[in-house]
Design a protein. Structure first.
Length: 351
């Protein structure tokens, strides 16, 4: 793989005690182009602007997909990638849905490992630190015809991060707008999914809420996701989470929490969940805690849920499933405990 190193790292210019999420980027990025029916050879270059035509097809028709993943540093200064093969699988599932050519395992995995090893100093040790990794593919043809592109760009950029949320969050049930519909692209990490969610989220935030709880597009009776997270409800000693469908993103953190919860002997149900039953659980003091999961947030506790004029306040618990499962997840991610699931990949050569 061709590597064009930057002349001087910017890492010493960054205050790692206070990093805004997604605004600071590492020294290098990976690029690979699709042309004439095939992906070319990837190249790593210094992080910087792209030169794009105003007619770049992805800007007009939203043919763009991405992934979110993380790397962590252990006490021995090694880098641990977390479930990168699952991210590749999901990226390609998203790509197929948007008629984008899938990226090969060789390009994705070898490029990812080389890039992260090259910029390993941007991944700091400590529970609040990680290196957020953003692989993405977009249509790069110069054409404004409403059709699939013939050329694409695959890239990976990385960003040092701290915690996404610093305290428990407040949620509002969304009853007017929809995140996804049956038969749509809700299961894919398509750029347009997120752009369409910003306006209803802003309306909720203007009222003092952190995020919305998305309900089904047809009747707004059933719970799907919360913001950009999968959502979990602890009802007495049982965990309930919406079953994955074509309108719900199959979160990799969600899947990890499923495995960890079952290993701890916690009963877990993946099923259709109605808004009304959650309200009933709350009114009958059976709703113990609620939390969200996602790559950026890891596991985040919910402080309150509001449905119209009814507010459910959730007190912090000493026996919180959310905090227990978060710790077990992070113990694996940071290499503190044995990885019984083979989720992590160790990178220890930084030449």
């Amino acid at each position: 793989m061709k590597i064009n190193r930057c002349n001087k790292s910017r890492v010493n210019q960054v205050d790692f005690s206070s990093i805004p999420f997604g605004q600071v980027f590492s020294d290098h990025m990976l690029m690979c182009t699709y042309k004439d029916g095939a992906w070319g050879d990837p190249i790593i270059v210094p992080y910087g602007p792209l030169q794009l035509s105003p007619a770049t097809q992805g800007l007009h028709y939203g043919q763009s997909v991405f992934e979110g993943m993380k790397a962590f540093k252990d006490k021995n200064n090694n880098i641990l990638l977390f479930r990168e093969k699952e991210n590749l699988l999901r990226l390609n599932q998203s790509a197929v849905r948007l008629d984008i050519p899938p990226i090969s395992e060789e390009i994705f995995l070898s490029g990812l490992k080389t890039l992260v090893s090259l910029d390993h100093n941007w991944c700091k040790f400590g529970d609040s630190f990680s290196l957020y990794i953003r692989p993405f593919i977009f249509a790069s043809s110069n054409c404004i015809k409403a059709s699939s592109a013939k050329e694409y760009m695959f890239m990976i950029i990385t960003s040092p991060t701290m915690s996404y949320y610093t305290k428990p969050i407040d949620l509002l049930f969304e009853e007017n707008f929809s995140r996804a519909v049956k038969g749509g692209v809700g299961f894919a990490k398509a750029a347009g999914n997120y752009g369409a969610s910003f306006y209803p989220t802003k309306l909720a935030q203007d009222k003092g809420y952190t995020q919305v709880i998305w309900t089904d597009a047809k009747e707004h009776k059933y719970i799907e996701e919360s913001g950009t997270m999968n959502i979990w409800f602890r009802v007495e000693d049982k965990l309930i989470t919406p079953k994955i469908s074509d309108s719900i993103l199959g979160g990799i953190t969600r899947d990890s929490i499923l495995h960890l919860a079952k290993r701890e002997g916690i009963k877990v149900e993946e099923r259709l969940i109605s808004v009304s039953e959650i309200l009933d659980f709350a009114k009958n003091d059976k709703l113990i805690e609620v939390f969200g999961t996602g790559t950026a947030v890891s596991v985040i506790s919910v402080r309150s849920i509001t449905f119209r004029d009814f507010k459910i306040s959730l007190e912090s618990k000493n026996d919180s499933y959310a905090m227990m499962l978060k710790k077990k997840l992070q113990d694996i991610q940071y290499g503190r405990k044995k990885d019984l699931f083979n989720w992590t990949t160790l990178l220890s050569s930084f030449d």
